[in-house]
Design a protein around this ligand. Sequence first.
Ligand code: GLN
Length: 487
Amino acid sequence: MQEILRKSAMEQFSAIKEKKVSATELTKASLDRINSIDEKLGAFNSLTEEIALETAKKVDEKVAKNEDLPLLAGVPLALKDNMNLVGSRTTASSKILENFVSPYNATVTQKLLDNLVPIVGKANLDEFAMGSSNENSAFKKVHNPWNLNKVPGGSSGGSAAAVSSCEATLALGSDTGGSIRLPASFCGIVGMKPTYGKVSRYGLIAFASSLDQIGPFSRTVEDSAALLEIIEGYDPHDSTSLNIPVQNYRASLNNDIKGLRVGVVKELVGEGLAPDVQKAMQNAIDTYKALGAEVVEISLPNLKHSIGIYYILATAECSSNLARFDGVRYGHRTDNAENLLEMYCKSRAEGFGAEVKRRIMLGTYALSSGYYDAYYKKAQQMRRVVTEGFVKAFEKVDVLISPTCPNTAFDLGSKTEDPLAMYLTDIATISANLAGIPAMSIPAGFDGDGMPIGLQLMSPQLSEAKLFNIAYKFEQSHDYYKQLANI
Ligand code: GLN
């Protein structure tokens, strides 16, 4: 691999500005890397070489004229394949959208193109972002760059594997219940889910709209902050978009955190934690104490209900969102239907995979008359209770920490027969989506087999600047983030 690919996005950006490397060279290096290793990883559904090189050329023309460059111009990025990019197929890793070509750009995509960020390809995911291991892709599995027999985490497994293996320097993912943070943790990189409403979802294929949020993948906290600066901001095309100013998160990364109050989530550090994850957690506590923070235990007693709440609400919303895939306007249409109803049924039966069907059925049931009050309404009420638990906790502490997952990446195929075991992987991540708060996963060590461990940080709504600051301080106290998968 070319040395430049190992560098952080901000280092690559500086190298381009200082004419040490051209954006075209860097983009080609990224594409070469993908072409040489992605057969083993399966991180990409498709490459968008032409779009990437065209963008890189624009960067080089600006450099030649000594013009200022927009932030991260020329740094190769992988786009999760549930976000629209004109000129690319956007499949959501589903057979139903296998040949769907984006008719317009998602807002995030447009922002990346405006900033001259070369988009090298569309990253693999669990079908419609439903899953925790990326094994639900209709096309191929993604392998973890640290050990090819293990899962990369899901649903943004392709995005995480691409960044972790230096195929791309940055990626975007979407996080409905942990789909950015879990794969970031399993692949040893930084994954960030912003406050609900910070980043527009216009042009993201919706899974569960009250939970979905787009966010950055990178190998450093600084890169994550920079990428969020580019993609966030008000968008009239997304009715949940917050009309607040865009921030400069990099300015406060290195602020002193003496006196900061760090809460350790009691329910997420007890029983059931893998011993090496437990050790990494203790190390995180010690690190924050050494940095002058005050560490206390915080209880979130309703956290145990979060998976139950999520699997009612997310499935209910997806049953509604996925109703649009009916063989009429988008994607796959069956060849052998006698009438309209049969056309709908067969198109959906042929197009959707098993997990997606399971969720549509669960959600339809939870919303059906007679069950709505018992399931959907109850889950909404409990969502509120979980959210209030966070509000109370943040009266006492500035940030909450926990492992991103009780265990490290598991073997491919080991949980595919047991949906419940798969759902439980998200025990630490889901509640941040229910509460709409920002949360991130950062590299926090390795287990005995050399697999990465992730530390999750959660903070109050709209406190991203502080969250990045607290994450950066931890990152800079260790060299975990400097270690790269050997592939
Ligand atoms: N793993 C969770 C699920 O299967 C979360 C997915 C996500 O965040 N998109 O629904």
